[in-house]
Design a binder for this molecule. Structure first.
Ligand SMILES: Cc1ncc(COP(=O)(O)O)c(C=O)c1O
Length: 443
């Protein structure tokens, strides 16, 4: 693919300078695949261009934060109109009121909204609010579910589930969480035998935006169990919120949690996030509260609800509200899933393409069918060697396709049928390359 280069530095120059200025040369571990990173200069719709002018079809979509594609005109206009009014004043402002009202309207559990600065802050705050409200200490979470990188949410996000997956986590942080498999019987046993549980928190899609799907009826069973044992139910809808439907998973299923963690689309793909919840629970965040005076939560944050984020957020949510972007993005994802299944089938490569909403996931290995990983353990699904994952990602990138993470992608309302065609040919070439390199095999 081609475009004009519009920069003065080559990627190699940038990479060398990055290695001298940032640990490992990067700001986020997922931004480097097998080769040197590409440096993106600009993005529009479904496409991105690196500093040397190479074009990519993007299936990361700002780590799933964009449903409308890159640089949607309404979103860009909102930022441009807001910026001259001052980039930040740390005051109350009209846009945050409008923004909170839109979140309240779209997200069923969000009777009240508190803005934060990231998805990790929203899960951290949700846990604190739940503890303050219930007076209990522990948070139940689930194996492989990623709820942000804070000390209390990182443990359990990958195996072994009872240890922090890296150094520097405060000793004892893991004592305040219980990490379980997605098994309702185990959840009930845990809620029954522990009287110090504040909340159950989970990715509403299943782990890693649905790469490990939840068992059928799991959400309803957990809703029933948390009601039965008087425990707060927190949906982490950082990815699913405003994507699975205008009201996220809860809007789609009618299963409404007590609190919801949001980021990514809620900010129109800009830095920030939000916590929504039942009015009575969120009252612990009211600094003047009289009803919960003894449970008052201290929560600050310089950039909470920043107008430069509120403006594009409101512009985005106005379009999200119509439900139209979802129809298109979901249909594109389904075409990609179907195309991948045909490619796997034709080459007799064991594996499946699956996923909900505007997502697609690939699994390489034996599966019960071409469209499901049902019956596989989370370890089998997530256990594909990282060398295979990186080889796949790199081979795709070299063919002009940027995927999200692991073996999956995220679509938007800006993707086209032409994108699908090009993408499937690139996936076909990638799979052939991985087969000839012996990275994956025939069944
Ligand atoms: C489900 C989920 N929760 C929480 C987070 C953390 O959000 P952030 O990266 O904005 O801190 C993420 C990030 O990808 C996520 O996918």
């Amino acid at each position: 693919m081609s475009s004009t280069a519009d920069t003065t530095s080559s990627q190699q120059d940038l990479w060398m300078r990055a290695l001298d200025t940032m640990p490992g040369g990067i700001s986020h571990p997922n931004r480097r695949k097998n080769g040197d990173p590409v440096y993106i200069r600009r993005a529009k719709g479904s496409r991105m261009w690196d500093v040397e002018g190479n074009e990519y079809i993007d299936y990361s979509m700002g780590s799933a934060s964009l449903l409308l594609g890159h640089a949607h005109p309404d979103v860009v206009k909102a930022i441009q109109e807001q910026a001259p009014h001052g980039t930040y004043t740390a005051s109350c402002h009209a846009l945050e009121v409008e923004w909170a009202g839109m979140v309240q309207e779209l997200m069923p559990s969000a009777e009240r909204v508190r803005f934060v600065a990231s998805g990790s802050e929203s899960t951290l705050l949700a846990a604190r609010v739940a503890r303050a409200y219930t007076g209990m200490a522990k948070i139940v979470r689930f194996q492989n579910h990623y709820n942000g990188w804070s000390d209390i949410t990182i443990t359990g996000s990958e195996a072994p589930y009872d240890e922090a997956p890296g150094a520097g986590v405060v000793p004892g942080a893991a004592e305040s969480i219980i990490v379980l498999p997605t098994d309702p019987t185990k959840v009930e046993e845990t809620l029954k035998s522990n009287d110090d549980i504040a909340a159950v928190m989970l990715e509403a899609s299943g782990a890693n935006w649905g790469s490990v799907p939840l068992p059928a009826n799991f959400l309803q069973e957990i809703r029933d169990l948390t009601d039965k044992y008087g425990v707060v139910l927190i949906f982490d809808e950082v990815i699913t919120g405003f994507r699975w439907s205008p009201g996220g998973v809860q809007g789609l299923t009618g299963i409404v949690p007590d609190m919801t963690c949001m980021a990514k689309i809620v900010t129109g793909g800009n830095p920030g996030g939000a916590l929504g919840g039942k009015a009575d629970i969120m009252e612990v965040l009211n600094p003047r509260t009289t009803t919960h005076a003894e449970r008052k939560v201290v929560h600050k944050g310089t950039f909470n609800g920043a107008p430069l984020v509120a403006a594009p957020a409101v512009a985005t949510l106005k379009i999200v509200k119509t439900g139209e972007p979802h129809k298109h993005a979901d249909a594109i994802a389904e075409k990609i899933r179907e195309g991948i299944r045909a490619i796997l089938e034709e080459r007799q490569v064991p594996g499946a393409a699956y996923g909900e909403s505007s997502t697609f996931h690939i699994h390489f290995g034996n599966t019960p069918s071409r469209d499901s990983v049902e019956g596989l353990t989370p370890e089998e699904i997530r256990g594909i060697p990282s060398s295979t994952v990186l080889a796949y990602q790199q081979a795709l990138l070299e063919r002009g396709i940027n995927n999200m993470s692991h073996l999956g992608g995220i679509t938007s309302s800006a993707h086209t049928d032409e994108d699908v065609e090009i993408t499937l040919r690139a996936i076909e070439g990638t799979i052939e390359q991985l087969m000839s390199d012996g990275v994956i095999g025939r069944g």
